[in-house]
Design a protein around this ligand. Structure first.
Ligand SMILES: [Zn+2]
Length: 128
């Protein structure tokens, strides 16, 4: 049994800077495709009631929202990756861990954006 570590908290601004740096770590050619498609990264402190209706619980660190699941209606939202700041922080005890976890989560969701499923992701270093 491990004692539950104290979450490592940062300000919303610091968290956003870490997320932007994670995006910047993506190879330029892939990054250009994200930019061309206006893929957004949204940071939420935690899951909303609507998210929880979609099985986004406290163990979910982030998710990708595309238009694939709304075949019969035009999504009112652009394609976006949502990072759940408090959920990610709960797994981290240091700044280094937070940077690693945010980076893993961003790369994982970017992999979903490019159409990889979890079996595909396991075969790459994008697994976390
Ligand atoms: Zn996933």
């Amino acid at each position: 049994m491990h004692a539950r570590a104290v979450p490592y908290h940062v300000s919303a601004d610091d968290f956003e800077r870490i997320a932007v740096a994670a995006l910047d770590s993506i190879p330029a050619d892939l990054r250009a495709r994200l930019d061309a498609d206006n893929l957004m990264i949204t940071i939420q402190s935690g899951s909303s009631e609507d998210d929880r209706d979609h099985d986004i619980d406290e163990h979910v660190l982030g998710f990708y929202e595309g238009d694939a699941d709304s075949a019969f209606s035009i999504s009112p939202y652009p394609k976006r990756i949502v990072l759940l700041q408090r959920h990610i922080e709960a797994y981290c005890t240091s700044h280094r861990e937070l940077v690693d976890q945010v980076t893993d989560t961003v790369l994982h969701e970017v992999a979903h954006y490019f159409g990889l499923d979890h079996a595909d992701i396991r075969d790459t270093r994008l697994d976390h």
